[in-house]
Design a protein around this ligand. Structure first.
Ligand SMILES: *[C@@H]1O[C@H](CO)[C@@H](O)[C@H](O)[C@H]1NC(C)=O
Length: 431
């Protein structure tokens, strides 16, 4: 809070002069080329920039994959103000989520994205859609009714470039809606709403589109793979490949597609069970029911430089930090602590909890706030959003886990930000 006006000004200077380098000179302590000094690469368990400096993500999730398919929060604040908020506490990254449906609709519309007016009208109805559209334009005067959805994503990425925030672009879901369950039709490749070809087409499209963003450093293949458990024919067929062998086939297909479309980005692989398990990968087990093992060389020509693992954790009721840590190590973080033959970066791209005055003092939050910096793992907390345009059918949905309050104007739990989040950021970034 305290630093916001100052950082906003820095962002504004960068914006006015159109140069991200000015802000770089002000904030970067190590000698390096212009931010972000990419493309980023992996080197064993480390992520390096082009000068060989370690890069660790310390950031937040910014959702854009729900029904409107727009980055959230813009009916309350400007893009720059939201990015300045992230910057003000020293974070250096966002995980920006999108839905494959957005790209499906672009293809269905002869290659043209639809307008934010059309997107809001469809998701919120004519009356509320117009109200929210006017609010978005009021806060972001460079937008109009005919601005497109992707232009909003572009604006977020541009603001991140001006304020030196890395963008990790995440394919969160296929059908645009609140995620995730095992019966939502988006659980696994081939599930009811998770067409494999559309997915490859969608991640390829975004890899090419976002190659123009200076702030883009990495992309995911897919958020939280999980067992497809509904009774549809598609889910039943899809469930037959819900195993490590199926996983390896699909992640290689997706990684190859992204790498071919944009060879500069790091590519994040999510594990089974809602991305809570990468043990077969990091332990070098047989990828059952097949006999292959995970090998970076299988990602031909780029595996050893571009592949990163991501894990999620929501064991919010943990009562023992040591068992939480050993579970996380066992699920994948052993790849960063020396206990695995495979040494590869693992980023915790989701964890989170209720933003009230006390939850952050519990075992779960305090444990992660210590563990992740200690093992030099990057992380993005779920979630920045104070509220959603619409979530699960309810408009203007309040997010009690949001770092920001309902109108995205202030921290929801200032005590958490001051007492635990800022120290965690500092520890992670070695400041
Ligand atoms: C990265 O950080 C680790 C831990 O602080 C350190 O041992 C290593 O030398 C660093 N690598 C570079 C290239 O700075």
């Amino acid at each position: 809070m305290l630093l916001t006006p100052l950082i906003s000004l820095v962002g504004l200077v960068g914006l006015v002069q159109g140069s991200p380098v000015d802000a770089a000179a002000a904030s970067s302590s190590s000698a390096s080329a212009a931010w972000p000094n990419g493309p980023l690469v992996t080197s064993g368990r480390w992520i390096h920039d082009a000068s060989g400096n370690n890069v660790t993500y310390a950031g937040a999730n910014w959702p854009g994959a729900a029904d409107t398919m727009l980055p959230e929060g813009l009916q309350f604040q400007s893009v720059d103000a939201i990015v300045a908020k992230i910057k003000s506490i020293g974070m250096n990254a966002i995980r920006l989520t999108y839905a494959i449906q957005m790209i499906d609709e672009i293809y269905a519309n002869n290659g043209k994205d639809i307008t934010i007016e059309a997107a809001l009208t469809k998701a919120l109805g004519a009356t509320n859609g117009q109200t929210v559209l006017k609010q978005i334009i009021k806060n972001n005067p460079t937008f109009t009714a005919s601005t497109t959805r992707l232009e909003l994503f572009d604006a977020v990425a541009a603001a991140c470039a001006r304020q030196q925030i890395y963008v990790h672009l995440d394919n969160h879901i296929s059908k645009a809606e609140w995620c995730c369950s095992t019966t939502d039709g988006n659980a696994w490749w081939g599930d009811t709403d998770f067409d494999v070809n559309n997915w490859v087409r969608g991640i390829t499209y975004m890899a090419k589109h976002a190659a123009a963003w200076p702030s883009l450093v990495s992309m995911s293949l897919r958020n939280e793979p999980r067992s497809p458990d509904d009774k549809s024919a598609a889910a039943t067929a899809s469930k037959k490949t819900y195993n490590w062998q199926g996983w390896y086939k699909f992640v290689r297909q997706g990684a190859d597609a992204i790498h071919a479309a944009n060879p500069d980005v790091l590519i994040f692989l999510s594990g089974l069970g809602y991305d809570t398990d990468l043990s077969a990968v990091t332990k070098g087990s047989v990828l059952s029911p097949g006999s292959d093992k995970f090998r970076l060389d299988d990602f031909a020509g780029y595996g050893a430089q571009k592949i990163v693992l991501e894990l999620h954790n929501y064991q919010n009721s943990a009562t023992s930090c040591s068992s939480l840590e050993s579970g996380l190590t066992n699920s994948g973080f052993s790849a960063m602590t020396g206990a695995s033959s495979l040494q590869i970066p693992v980023v915790m791209t989701e964890f989170g909890f209720m933003m009230d005055t006390s939850t952050y003092k519990g075992v779960y939050a305090t444990c992660l706030a210590n563990f992740l910096p200690r093992i030099h793992a990057g992380w993005t907390i779920w979630v920045l959003s104070g509220s959603y345009y619409i979530r699960s059918g309810k408009q203007d949905f309040d997010e009690t886990w949001g770092l920001l309050n309902h109108d995205w104007s202030a921290w929801r739990s200032p005590a958490y930000v001051k007492d635990q989040l800022q120290p965690m950021i500092k520890a992670s970034l070695g400041q």
